[in-house]
Design a protein around this ligand. Structure first.
Ligand SMILES: [Zn+2]
Ligand SMILES: [Zn+2]
Length: 334
């Protein structure tokens, strides 16, 4: 099974965004779980196609991916361990944008030393629909006194000869680690900056406005730039009292009375876009699942459904009148 994102979408590496989108749409349609019920192979393909488009459909991520691919280090190439797991997008982003194995893009010679990572909590509906959130994040920013240099009297580091990284020679992500002597900067300093103590950066509270893409899920990583620093923001999605999510679909329960289930009813049900009328057909059984098409989460141009599970609440404390009515129903044989 190929792990090359271009091969997954069946396009060449020079394909235009338009060609990519068309290839993605065609494949996504063909392998969509709705058109392939109970076909786990198609479902897996669908997931891989979506993941591939998540990266290649985003110019910035595509550029990063191309860089790695051209350097012969496909971040998704198999390692012979027999694992066919493609990993979810967050794994891919983690391997692409750092965390764990070190950031292969961390600049040397610039003040940026790889992405800082922060976690933020966002409401369920914001994650599902997308939107903007404002947060105050405590982040390392470039020290204004030394402009990120860390001090004065720069000398090329003797250990790494200015590379900032030292190779240990096995596999891409394990090969490079920051030089301990210079902290990965490639130079040492005669005199450290009094403001940042030589770090080149200071902790600061930054007001940040983040655009959350529709269909973001728990663990989704967003890459952004704050005060000139690359920041990887990992999303923690709060749970919702009413909704849960299953991919693009939203699941929820509605409660009806016995009479409503038997005779039918019209209910107002909460959706991502406010309340919508839902018809309960006469004779609806407890546990029935009603599909509200197109009321789910939009992700990569595909919209999910809202699946409503019907809970029937039976009466407990009956009045004498009600009791005699139920006895009549019972005697009628229903
Ligand atoms: Zn400083
Ligand atoms: Zn060094």
């Amino acid at each position: 099974m190929t792990k090359d994102l271009y091969e997954i979408l069946g396009v060449g590496e020079k394909s235009t965004p338009d060609e990519l989108r068309r290839a993605y749409r065609t494949l996504a349609k063909k392998n969509h779980p709705d058109t392939n019920p109970d076909n786990s192979a198609a479902e897996e393909r669908f997931k891989r196609i979506s993941d591939a488009y998540d990266i290649l459909g985003n110019p910035e991520k595509r550029e990063q991916y191309d860089l790695m691919r051209r350097s012969g280090h496909n971040p998704f190439s198999g390692d012979g361990s027999g694992s066919e797991g493609f990993g979810d997008l967050s794994d891919i982003l983690r391997s692409m944008f750092g965390g764990g194995g070190g950031n292969p893009f961390s600049g040397r010679g610039s003040t940026s030393r790889g992405a800082s990572q922060v976690e933020i909590e966002i409401p369920f509906v914001t994650a599902a629909k997308g939107g903007t959130v404002q947060r105050i994040l405590r982040l390392p920013v470039i020290c204004h006194k030394c402009k990120g240099v860390g001090g004065s009297g720069q000398e090329t580091c003797a250990s790494c000869r200015g590379a900032g990284r030292i190779s240990s020679g096995q596999g891409f992500f394990s090969t490079m680690h920051p030089c301990a002597n210079c902290g990965g900067r490639g130079y040492t300093l005669k005199k450290k900056c009094s403001t940042c103590g030589g770090a080149g950066e200071v902790q600061s509270n930054e007001k940040v406005s983040l655009r959350i893409p529709p269909g973001a899920s728990d663990g989704t990583a967003l890459r952004t730039s704050i005060e000139g620093n690359a920041v990887l923001v990992r999303l923690r999605v709060k749970s919702d009292r009413f909704f849960t999510r299953q991919g693009r679909d939203l699941l929820c329960n509605v409660t009806v009375t016995a009479a409503q289930a038997v005779l039918g009813a019209s209910l107002m049900v909460r959706t991502l876009d406010g309340k919508v009328k839902l018809r309960i057909k006469p004779g609806t059984q407890p546990g029935s699942i009603l599909r509200m098409r197109g009321k789910g989460v939009v992700h990569n141009g595909v919209t999910g459904d809202q699946l409503v599970s019907v809970v029937v609440k039976l009466p407990v404390n009956l009045t004498d009148d009600q009791r005699s009515l139920w006895i009549k129903i019972k005697e009628s044989g229903s």
